[in-house]
Write a protein of this length. Structure first.
Length: 202
């Protein structure tokens, strides 16, 4: 489900400028990120063009909050990348593993992963996955968590995000305003869980 209706971008738009640099950014991140961190099961990479377009649409958006969803097959690998926004990621079907240079975080159904802005991470699908993500400007509200961690996903937050994924140009402004505000407040109430697998230091 898309957050906005398709938008035509001109040759000098922010999205076009962003897309021209995505390949270079991916190479830099790959050189900094230990690809051996990812589980051996992940063998099918997400198509580069699809990944680049999706990343560009997130980075160039103007809204304080963006909600997206996507389905993935078992063993799909999303290569190392980062966002200028904080990301809350959760599967409603399946399980995912998120890797950074510090370790792996397992995210089963009913749980969410908080990824602060600027954290380089890769994602692997342990099974067929229905993935949902909320991308939030780092300064959208005060007291957002500043560290990567798994949390329990509340039924209320899950439903609010599903509603936000359906926003389009016809969504009443008052409705979207209240839903986004409720998402922000519910994010602050998530309970952290110890689902990290630290990497060895030697």
């Amino acid at each position: 489900m898309a957050l906005h209706k398709p938008v035509a971008f001109g040759p000098l738009s922010r999205k076009s400028q962003f897309l021209t640099s995505v390949g270079q950014q991916e190479q830099v991140l790959a050189s900094q990120f230990n690809i051996h961190n990812r589980p051996a099961r992940a063998v099918a990479a997400m198509p580069k063009e699809q990944f680049s377009s999706r990343l560009a649409s997130i980075e160039t958006a103007q809204s304080a909050l963006i909600a997206r969803s996507m389905d993935y097959h078992t063993a799909t690998h999303i290569s190392a990348h980062k966002h200028s926004r904080t990301q809350l990621l959760f599967p409603t079907i399946g399980m995912v593993s998120v890797s950074t240079t510090d370790g792996h975080w397992l995210v089963p159904t009913g749980h969410a992963l908080w990824i602060p802005a600027g954290i380089v991470h890769a994602v692997d699908m342990i099974s067929n996955v229905q993935m949902h993500s909320v991308y939030v400007l780092a300064d959208a509200i005060p007291n957002l968590p500043g560290h990567l961690h798994v949390a329990t996903l509340t039924p209320l937050l899950r439903q609010l995000v599903l509603e936000a994924e359906g926003f389009d140009d016809d969504t009443p402004a008052m409705r979207s305003h209240h839903i986004v505000g409720a998402i922000f407040q519910e994010m602050l109430c998530l309970q952290e869980l110890p689902l990290q697998l630290p990497l060895p230091t030697s």
